[in-house]
Design a protein around this ligand. Sequence first.
Ligand code: NI
Ligand code: MN
Length: 228
Amino acid sequence: MATLTWHGHATCSVETDDGTKLVIDPFFGDNPACDVSVDDVEADFILVTHGHGDHIGDLIPLARRTGAKVISSHELVSWLATHDIDDTHGMSIGGSFSFPFGRLKLTPALHGTSNEGPGGKDFPTMPAGLLVELNGGQRLHHAGDTALLMEMQHLRGKVDVALLPIGDNYTMGPEDAVTAVEYIQPEVVVPIHYDTWPPIAQDAEAFKAAVGDRARVEVLAPGGTLEF
Ligand code: NI
Ligand code: MN
């Protein structure tokens, strides 16, 4: 079994069957919904969807302390090199690569491109989602920050657990996220990117009711886990 832990907002960690630790979108210190300090987080690999501050806020310190390999867009890892973080792997939308933990594909996301990290303005990112097939066979999709996209239909049959933003305002809201569930048809949905700040306050239980029998919705509290 793998274990997914949601740390509030879009920040998650995954421990795989063999104990490999993945962190997705490290945003701990300034994340009002977060359950842990970045100083207590371990990582072997850090996966980053895009360069907004609420996805990379603690990326540089976490990468430095843990020595984890950072996987993201080519543009974002080029920016990390300007901070002397060189154990990285750059990719782009539609591309897959096999890593020691499994195979990762970057999926389309429709969202803003700015890199809000220090010195990042010359390194705009191509926002992406993450489709991971772990070595244990579990298939996880972290949609990143995105609008509802027709392209999500290509994920049908490829996802066991889908982490979908429902916050609205900056990403798709609950209504479009229900359509995303119809497109993707995952077994389990974990809503993310909501309730961090007032503009993205949402009723996750109402979202769960709206999804109905299309999928099992797991509403996690920050620090909550899901075995899969
Ligand atoms: Ni964003
Ligand atoms: Mn965001």
